[in-house]
Design a protein around this ligand. Sequence first.
Ligand code: CTP
Ligand code: CA
Length: 225
Amino acid sequence: ETLFGSGDCLRGKDVVITAGPTREALDPVRYLSNHSSGKMGFALAQAAQRAGARVTLIAGPVNLNTPTHVKRVDVVDAREMRDAAERAADLCDIFISAAAVADFRPASVAEQKLKKQEDQDESAIVLVKNPDIVAGIASRTERRPFTIGFAAETQQVEQYAQSKLQRKNLDMIIANDVSCAGSGFNSDHNAVTVIDRNGSHTLPSALKTDLAKQLIEIIAAKTQQ
Ligand code: CTP
Ligand code: CA
């Protein structure tokens, strides 16, 4: 350990991390979102910085402090996150997609606050698909970083994660079971399985900050040529 950090396994590397939820506007006062806290992505940003990397953290709306010496870019919706991620990924070595991106957004955003009609008992919202940010980065033929995704699942965790690894052409996927109490979304703890083309490796439940350090070491080892 030095004054500047806890190691140098990512010394000289540029790392981009997305974190937190996205918010998809419905009208000026309403949005669609999810319960992601951003804690795992922020913990990874801190761990990568301490391991010697230059870190850009692309953050959706979260209530977290920016880790020291990390460059933070705040975004609101998925398309803003995609634009910021594409820009930052152009000069990075490692891209980590920890954000809980909304899969869909309202097809249109009302200019004025939506009003309910008298006697209206039902309402429907038409949604359209958002861009898949990590799949876009992983499908590059040029300037393609080592690309890592997360898979939050409530069932058949490893199988679903495996299929995402392949479908999105990722180099690694970090699977977590968000159905366990005290794990995943909005928790300080997490238990994950790291999967790549060579196999899988389960890490026991730990504080997200400790888990982040372990994940950064695994990622550093995989990206050392
Ligand atoms: N992801 C992304 N852009 C999206 C959706 C997901 O970059 N529009 C990324 C997430 O950051 C994560 C990975 O894709 O790293 C997997 O996200 P997840 O929600 O688990 O998978 P989906 O492909 O969206 O499939 P589903 O939600 O149907 O399980
Ligand atoms: Ca999703």
